[in-house]
Design a protein around this ligand. Sequence first.
Ligand SMILES: [Zn+2]
Length: 412
Amino acid sequence: MRFDLLLTSARLASNPQEVVDIGIAQGKIAAIAPGLAVTDAGAIEPVAGGLIVPGFVETHIHLDKSCIIERCSIREGSLKEAIAETARVKRGFTEEDIFERARATLERAILAGTMHMRTHVEVDPRVGLKGFRAVRELARRYAWAIDLEICVFPQEGLLNDPGTEELLVEACEAGADLIGGCPYADTAPIEHIGRIFALARRFDLNIDFHLDFDLDASWMHLDEVVRQTEATGYAGRVAVGHVTKLSAVPSQRQLEIARRLAGAGIAVTVLPATDLFLMGRESDYNVPRGVTRADRLAQQGVTCALASNNVLNAFTPFGDASLIRMANLYANIAQLGRREDIERCFDMITSAAAKLMRLDDYGLGIGDRADLLVLPSKSAAAAICELAQPSLGFKRGRKSFMRPPTELNAPP
Ligand SMILES: [Zn+2]
């Protein structure tokens, strides 16, 4: 068999003791076995015992409003303030400004191993389609390194914001990949959910909601999303982000809700950095974490992902777009110490996240896309515990980045 590229002396998480070679042809994994013939390879890349994993999958980020922290003023650190500050700053956005900031965050994500990404993009009468156009151009220019899909959504509400729905329609007609909703921002949240489902069905798009983003568990928009998912036959096509309310209910009720979500085919993205920053502001001691236990939902069969959400803005004034760091943060907040639990966190930035995004040919099987990372780690769990960064990445079999090792400079 002829390979375009051969990765030699690699290890896989499934059997880290064994050293194997990985043959890549036409952008796909063509063979995995010890001692593949180097004479059959167009190029050889020794990976010196590095751990090969599939490229990371970011299911929820906002490229359009990343890197605006210097323009924002944070006094309360509340969700309301974050939306208001972003709305204020957003009035000054130009397409070029959005493009350059989004590019900076995207390049960071690529260097941190992300190879598939779903970005939310705000659409409303103030910003119009500037964000959509800027990010669409970015997706085109960086297609060699990352598959970027765009979810347009009304961050400031839909029924309370005339003109927004027409703009969402225009974005869908212009090729948006998904439609998102944000019922908590609307004066008519239930109608908001209905309109988003209607748009999704009109354009045959999947849906990704921002949902239930506070710690008052006496009511949930989730109930309506479950109802409409079932009524429209949208099982497997709906994801929800945050659902921090689930962190404020007792474990037995969490279990019941998890089973309902699994049954309805609704996936969940937990966003630890933002949820930790914005939740629990009513307390000045014994502050709740406000982060929903994705690992518990996953154990009940819910497709769950961990994601970055925001980078350097009023929702999250931190960030490096590293999913390994996000999985580490989550494992720490959720107090996970057992190896299998930490491995589940790795799944939530790889295979489970790929399932949420309905990616085909994702993984390390023969015929899967050769979207691969080399990690200087003994196992997937170790990579999370030690905050390992990938040393090399290959997108569809082509080297897309490298991160040279740092060195000590000891005196002679
Ligand atoms: Zn978000």
